[in-house]
Design a protein around this ligand. Structure first.
Ligand code: NAP
Length: 228
């Protein structure tokens, strides 16, 4: 029996391995094909998980709008929109962001001090409070078990790099879709798909290549993350 949801990360990366430029701009360098691919992956999920840094960059989130994808969700007995779950230890988010006007269900995954800021407010339908593990930030094992108990069997992880690194560290990413886009940003400060301290070569997370698609100038790589 699974004790946590199945997780698929979906990211777009430049040819030199960056997920944004050195100003942390919202990543809009993918093509319309990449956007459609992201929306399709989002449409398959019960919940979408993203870090507060990603929300700070975009101020908005990817919802499902294509009629065909909405129809397929209905056929699978899923509600029209997956639940949008923001991960923020601090809870320091601006209620003026467009995200809070989008017609999507919103949950907050946070630590006790972050939850205090959002009590008795309408922006989040649910606030999940989890303990903190000293090295890892949010206690992912407990958070993911809670999400599974709340009926979320399939999660899409939309980044950014800090969220990715903490989930990979506890072996909680099952699949990865990486779009390689034909552009170079460079820059030491520009974020990469996995941030944090990083893993030593001996502890690198090994991937199995499941599928490669090429559409115009972009490559869509689909990996399974192998269990260590
Ligand atoms: N190309 C792409 O596909 C793509 C996708 C997504 C994002 N991006 C880019 O990535 C950049 C943002 O990435 P990022 O690495 O800076 O940020 P991130 O992972 O989106 O967010 C980091 C923040 O999320 C919270 N967080 C993440 N993991 C946590 C954990 N384990 N425990 C507790 N809190 C956690 C913390 O929020 P608090 O600070 O509130 O405590 C942390 O500061 C932006 O430039 C964005 O454009 C690109």
């Amino acid at each position: 029996m699974n004790h946590r949801p199945h997780t698929t990360a979906i990211l777009a990366m430049t040819a030199d391995g960056k997920i944004s430029d050195y100003q942390n701009s919202p990543a809009r360098f993918g093509s319309a094909n990449d956007r459609a691919h992201l929306e399709q992956q989002v449409s398959l999920a019960d919940g979408i998980l993203f870090g507060a840094g990603t929300l700070r960059a975009y101020g908005t989130t990817m919802s499902v709008s294509q009629p065909e994808l909405l129809h397929q969700r209905s056929e699978r007995s899923q509600p029209p929109q997956p639940i949008q779950i923001v991960v923020s230890a601090s809870g320091n988010l601006d209620p003026q962001w467009h995200f809070f006007q989008q017609s999507v269900p919103r949950w907050l995954l946070t630590l006790p001090q972050g939850a205090e800021l959002w009590q008795n407010r309408a922006e989040f339908e649910r606030i999940l409070v989890v303990g903190k593990l000293e090295a890892d930030g949010i206690d992912w094992r407990s958070a993911l078990v809670q999400l599974q108990r709340l009926g979320l069997n399939k999660l899409a992880i939309l980044g950014g790099g800090e969220l990715m690194s903490s989930l990979l560290a506890v072996n909680s990413i099952d699949e990865l879709w990486l779009t390689i886009c034909p552009v170079i940003f460079g820059g030491e400060a520009a974020p990469t798909p996995v941030g944090g301290m990083g893993f030593l070569q001996s502890h690198g997370k090994k991937l199995e290549l499941l599928e490669v698609k090429q559409l115009d100038g972009e490559l869509f790589l689909h990996y399974r993350v192998q269990r260590n």
